[in-house]
Every structure is written in structure tokens, then in C-alpha cells.
Design a protein around this ligand. Structure first.
Ligand SMILES: [Zn+2]
Length: 361
């Protein structure tokens, strides 16, 4: 590291640390992850060389929907909320063509290690090296917050992938985790939940055990309206599954309607007295993927560039700087301490390495 960069780095850490004690305007956090969604599509939009790759889940309108010759138009047509609202009111990191970089620090480059790093603020290559349903020994930031006075029962996660109860260790942490292709239970289900319960077991699901993201989102939204969590996590999955299947059309369509979910979520947050102007949203992914017509389907240790991810953030403590356009290096392990810091808390994970991001005005 060059001396000048080192000084800037140390300075930003000390600024961030002093900020942890400062009063923040953020009182609620919504974390959103898109599993294995590449920074390349976030910043460049659809890739024309991948567009022929659609087998079972064909979309004859794919090119018409997502191809534009102009790069800024192209990425905006794929992710309109990201490139209109977040690009003007928040911050977006990870465009490597502009030297803005976000990387994972774990050396596994797949899902459980990535989510462990996002949620605990540290890689754990010694203990977290598979996607098996093993209860996570590490304390995560959701758990840390859920145990604080004023937050108990106000932290929830809705996930499409059914490994999340283990990643978050719901047994130990007490964090409410909703997952599985199953009806939601409860005595006072509303009409939306009853309708989703009718649909969830009666629609063809190309992803088998993975709950389709629309169910994860809309069940989660009903939960938010009823229970008003202060920290909410939506973990979407389809982008990764469709990418592994080489279904580029489904991968893009999934990213596109996840962007619509973000828009709907933000409209709700800004219409609700608890959330309005007091909520920060953070959007990222657990890992990257390869960067050519074959490797984009894959990730893991054989795909070195799968450590490259991206991050977007928007809320009352985030300056409206838009897309980061200067040389910069952020890490996945900074997300957990950033969530705590935005709430005016300091999160000490077992082996916390990340410093909170400094996004202030
Ligand atoms: Zn994967």
C-alpha cells in the first residue's frame, strides 16, 4: 500500500470510529442481497454475448427489453430503481472500470462463506467452507442487535434459500427467519398472505427447494407492515440459481424484478411514519461470478474474479454522491459494522476486521 493511501485509509478508519459514537439519523435498516448477481450487469447492463444463453426459460423479448447501445441507458433499463433513485440519492460502489472496487475477503467465493462475512463482519475460512446446513458458530450483527434493549423481536430475515436459518443461527440468535417453500402460519393472516399461501404450493417452481423471490419479498412486506422490524433482511436467490443453469434471460428478468421490489420497498418505507427518512437500505451480493460466456455461470475457488462484488447504500446518513467514480477499495466484511454504526452501535464480532463505511454527508 502506498503511504498516501495508507494515511487516507487510517484516517477514514478513525473518522468512521469516531462516527460510531455519533448520533445518526438512521433508526431502521433494510439489508437486501441478490445471490451471485454480478457487478458487471449492475454497471454495464445486459451482456450481448451472453444473451443467446437461454434454454428452458426462453424470453423472446430479451433483447428488446434489456439491450440498448448506450451503456447508461442499458444499465438503467435493467435496474431502473438503482440507476434513477439510488444513483441520485444514495451511493453505488464496485464499478471496476472506474477503479471502484468491492471484494469479499473470504477465500471460498460461494454463498455461506459470503453471507457469513456480510453478517458477522469477518471471513472464517477455517470453519465456514461449505453450504451445508450447519448452525453458524459466529455471532452475527442481526443477533447482536436483536439482543439489545429496544430491539428484541424487532429484527427479521426473509430468505429464498433454506440455509439461512443456519447461517443466522435462528436457534441461538432468536432472530426470526422465514424461508422454505411452505405456507406461512398464523392466526391473523391477512388476505394477501392467504392468497400467497394458496399459490406457493400450487405453482410450478423451477428452483425446487428454493422459495421464489416474489414470495420472499411479498411475505416479508406483509411481515414488515404488521411487525415493523427495525432491522429487516431480504435475501433473494434466483439470480444465482438461474446463472448456474446458464439461463441468462431468467437471470436478467430476476434482477429486473428484484429492482422493482426495491422500488416498492422504498415507496413503502417513505410512506410509513416509523421508516420515512429514518431508514437506510444496503444492497449487495454474497459473491461474484466469472466474466466470460462460460465462466459467468460459475463461482467458487476456481473462478478467481468471483471475489468481486458491488454495494449500494441509501438513507439519511448517506450523502447523495451516486456512483463512486474514484479509486477506492471496500470489503464485504465492512457491511456488518456499517449496519451497527448507522444505528449508533458498535459491533464487535468474534474476529471483527471490517471498519464501518463512512458515507456521511
Ligand atoms: Zn451459486
Amino acid at each position: 500500500m502506498k503511504l498516501k493511501l495508507l494515511i487516507i485509509f487510517l484516517l477514514s478508519i478513525s473518522l468512521a470510529q469516531s462516527k460510531a459514537q455519533q448520533k445518526t439519523e438512521t433508526e431502521n435498516i433494510v439489508l437486501i442481497t441478490l445471490d451471485g448477481f454480478r457487478w458487471q450487469e449492475v454497471f454495464n447492463g445486459a451482456d450481448s454475448s451472453f444473451m443467446k444463453q437461454q434454454e428452458r426459460l426462453k424470453d423472446p423479448k430479451l433483447k428488446e427489453k434489456y439491450w440498448r447501445d448506450d451503456l447508461t441507458e442499458r444499465r438503467k433499463v435493467l435496474l431502473p430503481f438503482v440507476w434513477s433513485t439510488i444513483a441520485t440519492q444514495g451511493q453505488i460502489y464496485g464499478n471496476r472500470t472506474l477503479n471502484s472496487k468491492v471484494n469479499v475477503t473470504n477465500n471460498q467465493l460461494f454463498s455461506y462463506p459470503g453471507y457469513n462475512e456480510i453478517l458477522t463482519g469477518s471471513a472464517d475460512n477455517e470453519r465456514i467452507y461449505s453450504n451445508d446446513k450447519i448452525y453458524n458458530p459466529n455471532t452475527n450483527v442481526l443477533e447482536f442487535i436483536n439482543k439489545l434493549p429496544g430491539y428484541k423481536g424487532k429484527v427479521a430475515a426473509f430468505s429464498s434459500w433454506d440455509v439461512f436459518p443456519y447461517i443466522i443461527n435462528d436457534k441461538r440468535s432468536g432472530v426470526y427467519v422465514s424461508t422454505n417453500v411452505a405456507e406461512v402460519k398464523g392466526n391473523n393472516l391477512n388476505e394477501s398472505e392467504k392468497m400467497m399461501n394458496k399459490l406457493i404450493l400450487n405453482l410450478p417452481n423451477p428452483l425446487g427447494d428454493v422459495r421464489l423471490d416474489a414470495f420472499t419479498f411479498y411475505y416479508g412486506m406483509e411481515y414488515m407492515k404488521k411487525n415493523k422490524p427495525k432491522v429487516m433482511y431480504f435475501a433473494f436467490d434466483e439470480t444465482d440459481d438461474f446463472a448456474h443453469d446458464g439461463e441468462y434471460a431468467a437471470y436478467l428478468n430476476s434482477a429486473n424484478y428484484t429492482d422493482k421490489f426495491l422500488s416498492e420497498l422504498w415507496t413503502y418505507l417513505q410512506s410509513d411514519p416509523q421508516y420515512k427518512n429514518r431508514t437506510t437500505i444496503i444492497i449487495t451480493s454474497d459473491h461474484g461470478r466469472g466474466d466470460n460466456t462460460e465462466d459467468w455461470k460459475h463461482h467458487g475457488q476456481k473462478i478467481a474474479v468471483a471475489d468481486q462484488i458491488w454495494l449500494a447504500i441509501m438513507g439519511p446518513d448517506t450523502a447523495p454522491n451516486g456512483e463512486a467514480k474514484t479509486e477506492q477499495q471496500l470489503y464485504q466484511c465492512q457491511i456488518a459494522p456499517t449496519i451497527a454504526s448507522l444505528l449508533g452501535l458498535e459491533f464487535d464480532g468474534i474476529k471483527k476486521k471490517g471498519a464501518p463505511l463512512s458515507t456521511a454527508k
